[in-house]
Structure formats: structure tokens, C-alpha cells
Write a protein that binds this ligand. Structure first.
Ligand code: CR6
Length: 788
């Protein structure tokens, strides 16, 4: 700490919290810089197999605290700052939280990068350095308004621009194959639009192991030819646009040319840099499959497949067959959704115009696939599964055909891929399909986000859970220890106080910390059914109005959710929640029995504040729709009980912690598919047969909730006129029954905390370290530190 004092003391005390953060960031980098160089050197010298995790989104969260923790410096820095009269938390909160992702997919990528570094895997992230991250959400009159997220305004302490590693990415133009004197063909191009891809590298620090891996994010610039050629402003803007902003939707593929350009941009730049790096140490491409694994995180980076084919054939003169075998051995793909509207396809005309050489290669993959598979599987199946069909390039099919492994992210999801979404391809390549249930960075989500809990765990079971998550199981020894259980309540209360203070400051709502904190934090989407939660709040409200004197367990309903800017229905739900919150929070008759807080701008940092304060984890998607979920795991690890449908990883959470420690309800995936098959779902029957439900739904259109005339009608109609696509009404009764059970059970804090303990103890199963170890063993074939 003497070092900070001598280096920064004077400036530290006069600068803003942001300036202090930058100073500390530099300090951390100085410690970690030598690890970073040593790590790269070690990987080179040992010629270790490298994993490249390609993802169009990364949500790393703030890095100062986690880097200091991983470097083993957190306590020292905190104490040193305290001596200087400075508060570490304030400084840490000044760090911008990079919003380079929409939701679970991007955060999963970041958790996996953390685990790869911590397990000593030579793991590299590859993505896009968006100039603007996911929009900042504010509410105006209860409506979502999107503001730009100018996260790089003040620079970024963690990144290093590596101009010398830049490469050109080619779009458009004409291409033809010209025979060469030696009999080979050479790709010739004319009139292409070239852009320069410049990498910015961020060190990802492993936990207490001196390893620092690299997250490489690409930014677009004008090509060198711009020094001598005229580029109009419109041309410059068109280039700049490629890495300007993240597409703010994770459930819908819009099929926009700009998105396709983004996808090829980072796929091509990434593969070029991999091959260049590989080429420095190897003669020829033979060893590629032994030295490199490329992971395709959802379909967005699928063009790494034809791009690697292009480089192997056009630049390294491999034959098709050799290139194809190498490509398949390198590539693996994770699917993250069964929603049809999220499965990417590109109109062939657009694709061909933008990526003519890549199109030729995809067309050849398609031709060979058809040729080889038609005799075996018949024309119909092959037409359904080929990379090209219905005038589209079908990215998920291309990803399966060009990889050696395809995985879902929870057992149910993987089964649905095999039985439904990718059923035909499963016939062709059964051996490629496997499951890898998602995992979370326990160190970030418990150790950093919930220090009081982490300290209690340390005191009781020692510190080994931080690296060996299965150790959390040993906590079960305290199940009947009343003192320990009381400590859990106390910690929860402390975390609720921190959240309540934030809610008071930002929303001016007073929350009772002895209330049930009932939390739903995730993107706003009809399938996630925030609406079902809203119906429960209306029910609770009406019950209080009916019997103002009755004893109720006080409740706080907490939401965090961004809606895609173009998703009209989701935005109407936001307005509904805010209008309902306004009504309830200001009704004197309700008082502090019931509160609703929709906390704006949910993201990683807010998650770190909200999750440790939760009693109830709302995981209420229509069964079969949520591939896995990951907030369910984070909330579990922080001692929240799941109120959950049998969907995604909820099923595994319930199994791990025990049904008696969660609140499961609702239709199963099988029942949902049953309705689809029979076509006999009639939402209106539920309305007609359940007077309470009818009364609740009528409040949407009868003026009970002021200010939602159009939204109320729209939502009411979605349920009754358009037959409730996501089975909200079918699940209403079982859901509200569980909510009533929760209200009763919460009053017995000893039993409640026993259940919380069971959740914490079982949460080790969902550690990202374990998930990454499974990817390493089964898919990437790379060594890693032992973890269990
Ligand atoms: N939206 C799934 O919907 C899953 C994450 C990470 C999602 C979610 O259930 O936990 O991926 N899918 O696997 C996509 O982004 C396509 C998500 O975050």
C-alpha cells in the first residue's frame, strides 16, 4: 500500500472517484501485466492447445474488484485506501460496466472466460468492441426510453490497442477462381469494400494462479488505402457502423445486413488472427485440430466455418477434403434457444452480395452435404436440413454440419433440440449432440457480490469452496444449527438494507427489510412471463383492498428488465408494471404491506446488488421456452428459493436442492407440447371458470390501474382474444397457490433459512468452473486444473 501512497496519494485524494478508479486500474494492471506476458509465453513455449471462444456478446461486469480479488490484492488495497480516508466501494462503483451484451448469453461468455483463466486453460475470447453498448434504460411516465451507452467516453483502462495485429476484412465485390500454372485455383477479387479490423485486448485474470488470458475485441477502422483513396463521408460512416452499436435484441433475428456484416467482421478477423498465430509456430496445417479449438457461441459466429475453409484453401492451398476435416475437428457449437424467431437465417441474395467468396464455400458445403446424405436419408430430410433452403442461409444447420459437437445448455433443452428443433440433423449426426448445463462464476456472484455470506461460509466450512465448488455441500452440517440459520437471516437483512437504500435513492420508495423480497430479473419477454408475476401482484393488491385489516406477510416485488426497443408488447408490460407500482406504492390503505419496485437499467452491476437481497427467485417461463437460465443459479447460490416452472435448468436446480426447498408449479414441457399437438388450449375457459382470475384480468381494462388504457387492452386481448400464446392463464392457479404458500412459510424464518441453506449448499453443481471443465474434457480436449 505504501506504493499506492507514494504513487497516487496526492492525486487520489483530489481526484473524482472515477480518477481514483483509473489510478487503481493502472496499479492492478501493473501487477497483472507480468502474468499476462508470462502466460502468453508459457502457452507458446509449451505449444498448448488454445481455445477460442467466439461470441458476439460479452458482459464481463466491472473488472477492478474482480481483478484485485483474483490477484489476491483486494484486502490490501481496501485497507490501504481506508488509511487514506477513501472508500473502495465508491471507487469501484465509478467503473463503467461494459454492456456489450443483451442478457444471459453474453454473461455466460464472461463467466466462462473467468473460469478458463482460473483453471489455467489457454482460453481466448473473441468478440466485438462496440462503441456503444446495450442502451441505458430510463423510465419516463412509466415508459421505457433508451439512451445511448457511451461507455468508452473516458477511455478504458483495461484494454490495449494492438494495431500491429490488425487485419483486413473483405466485403462485397466480385470474386472468381483463376487457374494457376501449378494447376491450383486462386481466388481473385475486384471492387471489394475492405475494412480494417483492429484488436483491443483485455487481460482476464485467473483466480490466484498467476494466469492472465486474453479477451480480444475487434473494432473497425478505415483500411490503409484510405490514406491514398477518397472515401466519402457516407462511405466512412458505413464502415464505422460495423462496430458502432450492439443489436439490442436477444430473442429475435432481424435479418439486417448490418448484423451480417458484424458477424462476418469478427468471425473473419478472429480466424485470421488465429491462423496467423498458429502459422508462426507450425509448418503446414496438419496439426490444427490438435492445437486449436474454436467455439461458436450461438449461431452469430457460424461464419468462422466457411472463413476457416477459405483461409485453408485459398491461402494455404489445402484441398477441400483436408480443409473440411480440419474445420470440423476444430469447430464446436452451442445452441442457446429453441425459439424459432431467434434462429438466424439470411436471405441468399443479401448473403451472396455481401460475402461472395464465403457464399461459394457455403454453397459447396450445401452441395456436398446433399450429395452425401440424400442416398442415406432421402431428399425430404436433406432439403429440410441443408445449409441452403427456402432462399435462406440457415445458420444453425451450417453450424451443426461444420462442427464435431453441438450442445444444448440444460438437459431439457438438449432433449428438445434432439426431439424438435434439430430433430432431423440429430438423425444424421447423433454422435455430435451433447448437453452442457450452464454455470455461473460463483466467485463473482457470491464471493464479490455477497461478502457477508462469503465470510460466513469461510468461517464455517473454510475457503476451499472458492475453488472447489462442491465443498459447498458441507454446509449441510449446519442445517439444524439455529445460530447459523439466524446468521443467514441477518445477512439477508443486511443485503436488503443495501438494496433498499438504492431503491430509496433512485425511485424514492421505502422498502421494509422484513418483507419478502420477490425478485424477477431478466430480459422482458412474453415467454418469461413477467405478466404472470403481475397478475399475482394484482391479486395481492385486491386482497389487501378487500380486507385491509387482515394480517399479511409484507412483500416487495422487484423487477429488473430491459425490453428490445422494437418489441412493442414487452414495452407495454413495462408500462403496466410501472403503472401498477404507482398505484400500489401510493395507496395509503396498502401502506408498507405491499410494494413494487421496477429498478431501471438492469445489468451485471445491478444484479450484484439485487441478487444477494432476494428471498424468492422468480423463474416462471412457459415450460420448454427458457433454454437454461442463469439468474436462477445466481439467486440460488445467494440463498433465494426458486418459484419455478419445470423449464430449463430450473429442473436441475429443483433436483439438486430438493423439491421441498423450492416452489415448483405449472405445466410441464410435455403438457405444453400436448396442447400444441391437440390444438385444444382455450385461455378463455380459465377466465370463465375462475372468478378470482376474471376479476384480476378485468382490472387491466376497467380503470382500476390508471394510465394504461391502451396497454391494458392490448395485454388483456393477448390473453383472451389471441388465446394466450404462453399459457399464462393455465398456470395462474398453481402459481398463485405457491405464492400463498410462500407468504405463509416465510414467517417461520428457521425453516425458511434451512431451505435457503439447502439451496446454497447445492449450488456448487452450477459453478462455471465445473461447466468449463466439462467443455474442456468432452469437446475441446484441453487440460485444466482439477475441480470438483
Ligand atoms: N437469452 C437463453 O434464452 C440461456 C442463455 C445462456 C439465452 C437462456 O435461457 O440461459 O442464452 N439464449 O445459455 C440466447 O441468448 C439465444 C439467452 O440469454
Amino acid at each position: 500500500m505504501a506504493e499506492i501512497k507514494t504513487l497516487y496519494a496526492t492525486t487520489l485524494s483530489d481526484t473524482s472517484a472515477y480518477g481514483q478508479f483509473v489510478a487503481l486500474g493502472h496499479l492492478a494492471r501493473r501487477y497483472d501485466g507480468s502474468h499476462w506476458t508470462k502466460t502468453s509465453k508459457k502457452y507458446r513455449e509449451q505449444d498448448q492447445k488454445q481455445v477460442y471462444y467466439f461470441s458476439i456478446e460479452f458482459l464481463p461486469g466491472r473488472l477492478l474488484k474482480s481483478n484485485l480479488l483474483n490477484l489476491g490484492l483486494l484486502d490490501t488495497v481496501r485497507a490501504g485506501l481506508k488509511e487514506l480516508g477513501l472508500d473502495f466501494e465508491t471507487i469501484s462503483a465509478a467503473e463503467p460496466d461494459p454492456g456489450l451484451g443483451n442478457g444471459g448469453l453474453g454473461r455466460l461468455a464472461a463467466c466462462y472466460m473467468d473460469s478458463m483463466a482460473s483453471l489455467g486453460i489457454a482460453g481466448n475470447g473473441n468478440g466485438i468492441r462496440y462503441r456503444y453498448g446495450l442502451f441505458k434504460q430510463v423510465f419516463m411516465d412509466g415508459y421505457q426510453v433508451e439512451l445511448p451507452d457511451d461507455w468508452l467516453r473516458n477511455g478504458n483502462v483495461w484494454e490495449i490497442r494492438r494495431e500491429n495485429k490488425s487485419c483486413l476484412v473483405r466485403f462485397g465485390g466480385n470474386v472468381w477462381m483463376q487457374p494457376q500454372p501449378d494447376g491450383t485455383l486462386k481466388a481473385m477479387y475486384e471492387n471489394t469494400d475492405d475494412v480494417l479490423a483492429v484488436p483491443y485486448d483485455t487481460g482476464l485474470v485467473g483466480y490466484h494462479n498467476d494466469v492472465t488470458n486474453t479477451l480480444r475485441l475487434w473494432s473497425v477502422e478505415l483500411p490503409p488505402s484510405a490514406d491514398t483513396t477518397y472515401y466519402s463521408q457516407a462511405q466512412r460512416d458505413r464502415i464505422d457502423d460495423i462496430t458502432k452499436v450492439l443489436y439490442p435484441d436477444d430473442s429475435n433475428s432481424e435479418g439486417q445486413a448490418l448484423r451480417l456484416r458484424q458477424e462476418y467482421f469478427f468471425s473473419s478477423a478472429g480466424v485470421q488472427s488465429i491462423i496467423r498465430h498458429y502459422g508462426l509456430r507450425h509448418q503446414g496445417m496438419k496439426e490444427l485440430g490438435k492445437k486449436i479449438a474454436i467455439h461458436i457461441n450461438d449461431t452469430h459466429p457460424t461464419l468462422v466455418i466457411p472463413e476457416l475453409m477459405r483461409i485453408l484453401m485459398d491461402e494455404h492451398h489445402c484441398t477441400w477434403d483436408v480443409a473440411w476435416e480440419l474445420t470440423k475437428s476444430v469447430m464446436s457449437y452451442t445452441n442457446h434457444t429453441i425459439l424459432q424467431e431467434a434462429l438466424e437465417t439470411w436471405p441468399i441474395d443479401m448473403f451472396k452480395g455481401l460475402l461472395p467468396r464465403i457464399y461459394q464455400i457455403v454453397a459447396e458445403i450445401d452441395r456436398r452435404y446433399r450429395l452425401a446424405k440424400t442416398p442415406v436419408y432421402g431428399e425430404a430430410l436433406v432439403n429440410r436440413t441443408a445449409p441452403l433452403g427456402d432462399g435462406q442461409v440457415r445458420m444453425a444447420y451450417l453450424a451443426v454440419i461444420g462442427s464435431h459437437s453441438v450442445n444444448g445448455v440444460a438437459p431439457l433443452h438438449t432433449e428438445l433440440l434432439k426431439d424438435d428443433v434439430l430433430r432431423d440433423l440429430y438423425q444424421v449426426y447423433p454422435e455430435r449432440f451433447n448437453n452442457k448445463t450452464n454455470g455461473i462464476a460463483t466467485r463473482r456472484w457470491v464471493q464479490l457480490a455477497n461478502e457477508p455470506l462469503a465470510n460466513l461460509l469461510d468461517a464455517k466450512i473454510g475457503q476451499s469452496w472458492r475453488q472447489q465448488p462442491s465443498q459447498l455441500k458441507t454446509l449441510l452440517a449446519y442445517q439444524d444449527d439455529p445460530k447459523f440459520l439466524a446468521q443467514l437471516t441477518q445477512i439477508k437483512t443486511q443485503n436488503k438494507q443495501a438494496l433498499a437504500a438504492y431503491v430509496k435513492k433512485t425511485l424514492d420508495i421505502d422498502l421494509r427489510t422484513d418483507a419478502i423480497f420477490d425478485v424477477q430479473i431478466k430480459r422482458l419477454h412474453a415467454y418469461k412471463r413477467q405478466l404472470l408475476h403481475v397478475l399475482e401482484i394484482i391479486r395481492e393488491y385486491l386482497a389487501i383492498k378487500d380486507h385491509p385489516q387482515a394480517q399479511v406477510t409484507p412483500r416487495v416485488h422487484i423487477f429488473g428488465a430491459k425490453a428490445a426497443p422494437s418489441y412493442h408488447y414487452a414495452k407495454s408490460i413495462i408500462k403496466l408494471i410501472n403503472a401498477l407500482a404507482d398505484l400500489i406504492n401510493h395507496d395509503p390503505e396498502v401502506g408498507d404491506q405491499l410494494k413494487v419496485a421496477f429498478i431501471p437499467n438492469y445489468g451485471v452491476s445491478l444484479g450484484e446488488l439485487i441478487i444477494p437481497a432476494a428471498d424468492i427467485s422468480e423463474q416462471i417461463s412457459t415450460a420448454s421456452k427458457e433454454a437454461s437460465g442463469t439468474s436462477n443459479m445466481k439467486l440460488m447460490a445467494n440463498g433465494a428459493l426458486s418459484l419455478a416452472t419445470l423449464d430449463g435448468a430450473n429442473i436441475d436446480i429443483i433436483q439438486a436442492a430438493g423439491n421441498e426447498n423450492e416452489y415448483a408449479f405449472g405445466l410441464t414441457a410435455k403438457a405444453v407440447y400436448g396442447y400444441y399437438e391437440r390444438g385444444d388450449y382455450h385461455a378463455v375457459d380459465f377466465y370463465n371458470s375462475n372468478p378470482e382470475l376474471k376479476r384480476v384480468l378485468d382490472t387491466l381494462i376497467d380503470g382500476t390501474i390508471p394510465g394504461i388504457t391502451t396497454e391494458g387492452r392490448e395485454i388483456y386481448d393477448s390473453l383472451l382474444r389471441y388465446n394466450d400464446e404462453f399459457f399464462v392463464l393455465a398456470d395462474y392457479e398453481s402459481y398463485t397457490q405457491q405464492q400463498q404458500a410462500i407468504g405463509a412459510d416465510f414467517n417461520d424464518q428457521t425453516t425458511w433459512q434451512q431451505k435457503a441453506l439447502a439451496n446454497i449448499a447445492a449450488s456448487g453443481v452450477f459453478s462455471a468452473d465445473l461447466a468449463v471443465a466439462r467443455y474442456s474434457d468432452d469437446i475441446w480436449q484441453v487440460p485444466h486444473a482439477q475441480v470438483n
